[in-house]
Design a binder for this molecule. Structure first.
Ligand code: GRF
Length: 253
């Protein structure tokens, strides 16, 4: 099932111009998820009364799984939601439909928050340089699924949450921000994940806020290489909204 709403002229047609530290309108976010959506919750809360307030608005929360718990949570938070089932669909064909759907919401940024799909070039090119992902490890050290399991099984004393732009590789896009997570003494995978998610929840919103304010150098996946743009240590923004479902990872980057 797909729910879609056409937006008015107040949307993305107007330029998102930086004037000093301010832009003329709020950046429109399309948040994509496939599961519980704890990062989506943190982002929506940041938009409603946190670091993204006045800077961004949630244009839509989209899922490739119509029954994703995160969709219901998003609706309860007052967000427009949309879904298209990816089950049994060919990647490029499905992504072309998602691109068409998302374009109706005129997003400035596509924010992957546990979106369990590898994105096709069709999708990446449609929103080139404007797709963000959060990865529960340093993407130079670990790519793909199960990053918390990897950290736990290898008894790492620390992992690094990474926010990066998405390019056509798997977790190879330019890094926008990283923040360490102390894993010493974490005796279970659940503890590792809980500590990591607490960092994810403030880092994603904080990084987006700095990107929108123009505080991060402008980079595109094509030109950026993989250098870390900045490492920031903000105070946690919100109480973490962790869920108990298994860890999911945005396969798109
Ligand atoms: C997070 O660990 C995120 O880093 C990864 O997928 C997970 C999504 O969790 N990409 P949630 O759905 O946001 O709770």
């Amino acid at each position: 099932m797909c729910t879609s709403v056409l937006i008015s002229a107040s949307g993305r047609n107007r330029p998102l111009q930086a004037t000093g530290n301010h832009s003329t309108r709020k950046a429109r976010l399309a948040i994509l998820l496939s599961g519980r959506g704890s990062n989506m919750v943190a982002l929506v809360q940041a938009v409603q009364h946190g670091v993204l307030s006045g800077l961004a608005e949630v244009a839509v929360v989209f899922s490739n799984k119509p029954d994703a718990p995160g969709l219901e949570t998003a609706a309860a938070l007052g967000c427009l939601t949309a879904s298209l089932s990816s089950q049994g669909r060919k990647r490029a064909e499905f992504d072309a439909e998602v691109v068409e759907l998302l374009r109706q919401y005129q997003p400035d940024y596509v924010v992957l928050a546990g979106y369990m799909r590898i994105l096709s070039p069709t999708f990446i090119r449609a929103f080139a340089g404007r797709i963000l992902n959060i990865h529960p490890a340093d993407t130079h050290q670990h790519q793909g699924l199960h990053a918390y399991e990897w950290a736990f099984e290898n008894q790492l004393p620390e992992t690094k949450i990474t926010v990066h732009l998405v390019d056509e590789g798997l977790d190879t896009g330019p890094i926008l921000a990283q923040h360490p997570v102390d894993l010493q003494g974490a005796g279970t995978l659940a503890e590792v994940e809980q500590r990591g998610l607490a960092v994810e929840h403030f880092l994603y919103a904080d990084t987006l806020a700095r990107l929108i304010r123009g505080e991060l150098p402008r980079r595109t996946p094509e030109t950026a290489g993989t250098a870390v743009v900045s490492v920031h240590t903000p105070e946690p923004l919100l109480p973490s909204a962790t869920g108990s479902s298994p860890h999911g990872e945005a396969a798109g980057g």
